[in-house]
Structures are given as structure tokens and as C-alpha cells.
Design a binder for this molecule. Structure first.
Ligand SMILES: Cc1cc2nc3c(=O)[nH]c(=O)nc-3n(C[C@H](O)[C@H](O)[C@H](O)COP(=O)(O)OP(=O)(O)OC[C@H]3O[C@@H](n4cnc5c(N)ncnc54)[C@H](O)[C@@H]3O)c2cc1C
Length: 315
């Protein structure tokens, strides 16, 4: 028979936001349950070196996430390997249903389901992910100091990433399928004035190539969408910048969202449009999308959930 688990606080997601919420909620004696989802540890488990987590000049993403999990567990968070497939936020207590069949009944919920970079879906893109292919200039730009790199895309994300990457790279080639950018005018002006950026119009990525041992990118092949001509571009880094999608499937019909599906929270807060439901990390953040900002929001969500529970269920 399906099990029912009652908890004061259910945390959905096991990235930096979820685990940090677990640490703070446990230390506030809320005995939280945290459901990990399909990707225990979240996005950082898909990368190698992380060089901007305070306190670690270099740490492997998967190791950092194992440490966060151990920390949350040591403080008292119950961590469960399950995926929430349905979330009923229409009345309190809220009810979440797990893929395992377990029902989680919670007085408050922290949503920390993160976001996903959009990828092109090429086999060679997959092969070099984390080894020269990235979707995050803030995270990985520093690795390409003085090198030639390529940005794929033509929207705001691509233009912002290309501009940011000129801080490190000797040259940035912007590969776009059309001959005009879908970005804010001010960003396009900056891009056009930047001598390090060379746009390559009417081209799309066909293949990333490089070495196998050690795994690393040496260049890409792009195809002209009008003529079919293939061009070889030697480069050390490829940034796929075609946007991000928040993992909002559980709440997209019940909570207010904006900017392409990111959950709206009140200013300076993780409160959503439903009292008792808090959202933290990349799920709400179309702007920074970093581990440390997600962790910060996880902390805020736990503190706000604790205050909410103290006010509404004072026993
Ligand atoms: C390749 C790569 C490299 C990066 N490098 C860096 C870096 O160097 N520095 C940096 O600061 N940031 C980096 N980032 C960004 C950083 O990983 C994210 O900003 C951060 O992980 C977001 O944390 P989060 O807790 O919001 O969610 P995520 O890390 O996205 O975690 C989401 C969690 O929610 C869970 N989940 C989703 N749906 C459900 C469900 N239905 N039920 C239960 N659980 C669910 C998932 O299993 C996952 O555990 C990188 C990202 C990528 C992809």
C-alpha cells in the first residue's frame, strides 16, 4: 500500500538551493524531508571544475554536491530518492505524490527544482560537455583566457555571453542561423562595437571535434544554411547560448511565472503567490543562475518557511 509521509516542510530538489534549505530548515528544528528528483545533486553534477564556490578555489562539481548532501543529512534533513510527479497546492496541508507512490503531506513547501540549459542535441556536443563545450560563460569563461572561442545563438543570452567572454578570450566568433540578432538594441550596439567579436551569419553548428585523451575541443564545423558550405573554425571553447528552461512542470499552472516560465517570487523574498509555498534557485532566477545565488535563496526560503510555520502553526 502507498505510504503517506507527513512533514512540516517538504523541499523538492537536491541542487545547491535544496540542500542549503535543508541545512537551515534542519537547524530550525523543522525536520524537513527533501526529495532529490531525477538528478541528485542537480546541475553541478554535470560539470567538472567549479572555481567560484567561496571557500574552494577549485572543487569538482559532483564532489561539492556530495558534500552538500552530507551536510544537509548531518543537520537532520531526511533525504529521499524519489521524483515528485504531482503537486497539489490548492489547500493546506499541501500534497505531493512521488513516482514511488509515496504521498508527502506538508505544511509548507520549498520548490528548488532548478533549470536546464537548452542544448542543440548533437552527439559531439554531448561528448565534449564539460570538456570545452559549456552553456555558462560566468561559470567557465575564465578557463579560456587568451584563447579563441565560439558562441552559438542569436538571442539575448548569446549576445550577453559573447560580450562577457571578451573579458577572457582573444577572439569570440558568434555563430547564428540568421543575419540578425534577437537581442536588446543596447546589447547589439555593444556587440557591434566590440573588436573581439566576429559574427558568422547564416551558419549552424554541425560538429564539435577535438582530442580524446585528454578530452578537449580543438574546433567546430559549421554549415551555411543557404549554401550548405562547411566551414572549419579552430577554437578551444564552444558556448551554446540558446536559452534556459526552468523546471516548472509541477507548478506552471498553479503559480505565477514570467520571463519564459520562471516562478515569480515577491521582491527580496522567496514567497510565491501561494502562502506557504516558497521557490528558490534557478527555478526563479532568469538572471544570475549560479550555485552560490541558488544556495543563498535556499537559505532565504528555509528562514521564510520557518517564520511562516511559526505564525500559522504556532504549536
Ligand atoms: C555544466 C554546468 C556548469 C556549471 N558551472 C557552474 C559553476 O562553475 N559555478 C556556478 O556557480 N554555477 C555553475 N552552474 C550553474 C549551477 O549549476 C546552477 O546555478 C545551480 O545548480 C542551480 O541550483 P538549484 O538548486 O536551483 O537547481 P539544480 O542544480 O538545477 O537542481 C535542481 C534539482 O531539482 C530536482 N528536481 C527537478 N524536478 C524534480 C521533481 N519533479 N521532483 C523532485 N526533484 C526534482 C533535480 O533532480 C535536481 O536535484 C553550472 C551549470 C551547468 C549546467
Amino acid at each position: 500500500m502507498a505510504e503517506t509521509r507527513k512533514t512540516k516542510l517538504l523541499i523538492i530538489g537536491s541542487g545547491p538551493a535544496g540542500y542549503t534549505a535543508g541545512v537551515y530548515a534542519s537547524r530550525a528544528m523543522l525536520d524537513p524531508i527533501l526529495v532529490q528528483g531525477i538528478e541528485p545533486g542537480g546541475q553541478l553534477t554535470t560539470t567538472t571544475e567549479v572555481e567560484n564556490w567561496p571557500g574552494d578555489s577549485e572543487v569538482q562539481g559532483p564532489d561539492l554536491m556530495l558534500r552538500m548532501e552530507a551536510h544537509a543529512k548531518a543537520m537532520g534533513t531526511e533525504i529521499i530518492g524519489d521524483i515528485i510527479t504531482d503537486l497539489d497546492l490548492s489547500k493546506r496541508p499541501f500534497t505531493a505524490t512521488g513516482d514511488s507512490g509515496t504521498k508527502y503531506v506538508a505544511d509548507a513547501v520549498i520548490l528548488a527544482t532548478g533549470a536546464r540549459a537548452k542544448w542543440l542535441g548533437l552527439d559531439t556536443e554531448e561528448k565534449f560537455k564539460g570538456f570545452g563545450v559549456s552553456a555558462c560563460a560566468t561559470c567557465d569563461g575564465f578557463f579560456y583566457r587568451g584563447q579563441e572561442i565560439v558562441v552559438i545563438g542569436g538571442g539575448n543570452t548569446a549576445v550577453e555571453e559573447a560580450l562577457f567572454l571578451t573579458n577572457f578570450a582573444s577572439k569570440v566568433t558568434l555563430v547564428h542561423r540568421r543575419d540578425e540578432l534577437r537581442a536588446e538594441k543596447i546589447l547589439i550596439d555593444r556587440l557591434e562595437k566590440n573588436p573581439k567579436i566576429a559574427p558568422l551569419w547564416f551558419n549552424q553548428l554541425e560538429e564539435v571535434y577535438g582530442t580524446d585523451s585528454p578530452l578537449g575541443v580543438e574546433g567546430i564545423k559549421v554549415k551555411n544554411v543557404k549554401t550548405g558550405e562547411i566551414t572549419d573554425i579552430p577554437c578551444k571553447g564552444v558556448f551554446v547560448a540558446i536559452g534556459h528552461a526552468p523546471a516548472n512542470e509541477l507548478v506552471k499552472d498553479t503559480l505565477e511565472t514570467h520571463m519564459g516560465g520562471y516562478v515569480v517570487t515577491k521582491p527580496d523574498s522567496t514567497e510565491t503567490s501561494i502562502p506557504g509555498v516558497f521557490a528558490a534557485g534557478d527555478l526563479t532566477d532568469h538572471k544570475y543562475r549560479q550555485a552560490v545565488t541558488s544556495a543563498g535563496m535556499g537559505c532565504m526560503a528555509a528562514l521564510e518557511a520557518e517564520r511562516f510555520l511559526a505564525e500559522t502553526d504556532p504549536t
